[in-house]
Design a protein around this ligand. Structure first.
Ligand code: NAD
Length: 329
């Protein structure tokens, strides 16, 4: 049986990989540790390593994996901003799961929007203490408001459809606008000027690092709702914190955070949070932080396991790697 080393394992990761591994003929060695230059050695004896969003796949790790015999890294996620693709070229193949359930992420974004707008997170705590007061819980109708989707790919389009279902006007921005998306494409400047709700669904690249910053926040409508289920570094978190303090931003839903890699997915409840910006954001009643969980549905996890296995099958069969990440991707 072909052996795979599997990093950053959580119990929910194993469910569908365990279900499918026999059928595909793989033995999986699960490691709870994240993939780093130090833990790369665990993969010795495996030609394939499976990694996730917060694993460190910089040049040092890739070199260590290569030296230990790994020849393919299978990302069990869509994003690959944490992989040094240029370094991998010629040494290791890198594959990913470009699509699993766009509905999982888009529905989570919509859930965060509804929660923040209708203050459900606060209402939930109140009634547990038999506090049935409604003061401070007023929201607004989504109907008739303008939602903007930045990145109108698979997830962005599902989110746009959800917004349309609420009777919202939808604007979009994408480097490559899709003709069949049924979305009104405008410039980013217009999005900032016109949108009541802005939801980020584009990948993180060198070009759009901190695209939401002091200057772009100042261009937005006062009280704008900002949703980020894409990647944390799209937003300058300190600038967002200041904009929330001044009221320029009305609410923020963050499923991702730029410094999440050492915190998210772990129970840190026994420690003192050293990240003052995150602590301040979490303390705000109009901020909702979730721990990069937008993908976490049964359908998405099954899709991730299935495509990862198919990616590895294609590699071992010597066939075309349709989900390979290439340096110019
Ligand atoms: P996708 O490739 O289908 O769509 C991305 C879209 O963004 C494309 O249309 C592309 O043209 C556009 N784009 C690229 N660069 C852009 C830029 N600078 N500005 C505007 N648009 C740009 O990807 P997807 O499946 O819709 O996923 C989108 C992102 O969601 C992923 O890159 C990933 O970062 C994030 N994601 C998060 C989770 C989570 O659990 N929170 C899960 C899956 C994906």
């Amino acid at each position: 049986m072909r052996k795979i080393s599997f990093y950053d394992t959580k119990p929910y990761d194993r469910i569908y990989f365990d279900e499918l591994k026999g059928k595909h003929g793989y033995e999986i060695e699960y490691f709870e540790e994240k993939l780093t230059p130090r833990t790369a050695v665990f993969a010795k004896g495996c030609e394939a390593a499976v990694a996730f969003v917060n694993d460190d796949l910089g040049a040092d790790t890739l070199q260590a994996l290569y030296e230990n015999g790994v020849r393919i890294v299978a990302m069990r996620c869509a994003g690959y901003n944490n992989v040094d693709i240029k370094y991998a070229k010629g040494k290791l193949k890198v594959v990913r799961v470009p699509a699993y359930s766009p509905h999982a992420v888009a529905e989570h974004a919509a859930g965060m929007l509804l929660t923040l707008n209708r203050k459900l997170h606060r209402a939930c705590y109140r009634v547990r203490e038999y506090n049935f007061s409604l003061n401070g819980l007023m929201g607004f109708d989504l109907y008739g408001k303008t939602a903007a989707v930045v990145g109108t790919g698979k997830i962005g389009r599902v989110f746009a459809d959800i917004c349309k279902g609420f009777g919202m006007k939808v604007l979009g921005y994408d480097l490559y606008p899709a003709k069949d998306a049924g979305i009104d494409y405008v410039s980013l400047e217009e999005i900032y000027r016109l949108a009541d709700i802005i939801s980020l669904h584009c990948p993180l690249t060198k070009e759009n690092y901190h695209m939401i910053n002091k200057d772009t926040l100042a261009m937005m409508k006062t009280g704008v709702y900002l949703l980020n289920t894409s990647r944390g570094s799209l937003i300058d978190s300190e600038a967002l914190m200041e904009a929330l303090k001044s009221g320029q931003v009305g609410a923020a839903a963050l499923d991702v955070y730029e410094e999440e890699s050492d915190l998210f997915y772990e129970d840190n409840s026994d420690t003192i949070l050293q990240d003052d910006v995150l602590a301040r954001l979490i303390s705000m009643p109009n901020v909702l932080v979730t721990s990069h969980q937008a993908f976490l549905t049964k359908e998405a996890l099954y899709g991730i396991a299935e495509t990862t296995m198919e990616n590895l099958d294609a590699y071992y069969a010597g066939g075309e790697l349709k989900n390979e990440v290439l340096p110019n991707a």
